[in-house]
Design a protein around this ligand. Structure first.
Ligand SMILES: Nc1ncnc2c1ncn2[C@@H]1O[C@H](COP(=O)(O)OP(=O)(O)OP(=O)(O)O)[C@@H](O)[C@H]1O
Length: 341
């Protein structure tokens, strides 16, 4: 559905030039939810804005839904943009128009008749869960409801692709989750291809099929979300994965335990998919005779399976600890010892 080839964008500042996007190659499949993650300044916004030519590339090709985007202008670019909608962090609603009028706006521009507009607005209001709020003004809505209007408006002309520019960054965690659920629902119901940019790994974990990590304008890593969680290669990717799997307080708590753990191993265990649901710990205690002190654990769900991290302290004599270590190796549990004994 989307193909980026050697895509670059250079901004000319007064004294020097900034390479915001640097030679990016990406392919995004039809019906996929594809996430791009990176810290501020990585080039995410510039990249996503080149998908609908809000930003023109300095070099390279952008193909979206068979449109060769960089070749388009005027009427043909407007036509292509009907197939490539966008939602924004700050919603970009028309404040003097009601919910219904905001949603109807792209239909008016597309020349849809009044009767058809009214029907479509009704359909969309229901789809995004805003039935009964059609006559409210944006200022009367919560952040989540405003983004629902943004989504309904973006879907008005039946686009093939939805671009989400930090669409949940201005929302609280609970509202973020409800908007992510809505995007997942729309993706399933309509088969819509969704591209989103974010700095939150939670967003990637919850709804994306695949992810690309950006740093300094380049894509430094990409893959299936579950694989990236399981085997992050770049240090930056590891940091993003830790946002979800290891909250900061874990490290603080572990520091104290590591200081005082003289007779045992402090181990970080990583489980994947079905392994995350096996009774590995019970078997470990039974077969190896070690005592297990659970320090912290978390199972995160991605679209393609569960991923678990568990911090434990194993206590026993040298022979028992060796046996336990052997057991973990044999049971496809990835383990890392955090202290030396
Ligand atoms: N119009 C512009 N003129 C000059 N420099 C720009 C322009 N737009 C972006 N940049 C620069 O390009 C780089 C990438 O910016 P971009 O906004 O794409 O990153 P980002 O990952 O989306 O970060 P953020 O989340 O903070 O927006 C930054 O160094 C930024 O300052």
């Amino acid at each position: 559905m989307i193909r980026l080839q050697q895509l670059s964008k250079v901004f000319q500042a007064r004294s020097d030039s900034i390479r915001a996007v640097d030679n990016v190659d990406l392919s995004i499949n039809t019906g996929e939810i594809f996430g791009v993650i990176g810290y501020s300044g990585a080039g995410k916004s510039t990249l996503i804005r080149m998908l609908n030519m809000l930003e023109r590339p300095s070099a390279g090709n952008v193909t979206v839904a068979d449109w060769n985007m960089a070749d388009l202008s005027g009427r043909r670019l407007r036509e292509a943009r009907q197939e490539i909608s966008m939602i924004f962090q700050h919603f970009n609603l028309l404040w003097s128009r009601t919910v219904k009028e905001n949603i109807a706006f792209p239909l008016e521009i597309a020349g849809v008749s009044k009767q058809k507009r009214a029907e479509r607005v009704e359909e969309l209001t229901e789809l995004v869960g805003l039935s009964g709020r059609g006559d409210a003004y944006p200022s009367q809505l919560s952040g989540g409801q405003k983004q629902r209007v943004g989504i309904a408006r973006a879907l008005a002309n039946n686009p093939k692709v939805l671009l989400c520019d930090e669409a949940t960054s201005a929302l609280d965690p609970k509202t973020t989750d409800s908007i992510l659920d809505l995007l997942t629902d729309i993706n399933k119901k309509l088969g819509l291809t969704i591209v989103l940019i974010t700095h939150e790994m939670h967003v990637i974990r919850k709804i994306c099929h695949r992810v690309a990590v950006m740093d300094g304008g380049k894509v430094v890593e990409q893959g299936l979300v579950i694989d990236v969680f399981r085997n992050p290669e770049q240090d930056m990717t590891k940091e993003f994965v830790k946002q979800v799997t290891e909250p900061e307080e874990t490290l603080d708590a572990l520091k104290d335990i590591l200081k005082s753990s003289e007779n045992g191993l402090v181990v970080k265990l990583m489980f994947l998919g079905e392994d995350a649901e096996q009774p590995v710990m019970t078997d470990l205690i039974r077969t190896c005779g070690v005592a297990v002190n659970i320090l912290q654990g978390k199972v995160s769900k991605t679209r393609d399976g569960s991923y678990g991290t568990l911090f434990v302290q194993l206590q026993g004599n040298k022979e028992e600890l060796d046996k336990a270590w052997q057991y973990l190796q044999e049971h496809r549990v990835e383990a890392e010892v955090l202290n030396d004994v």
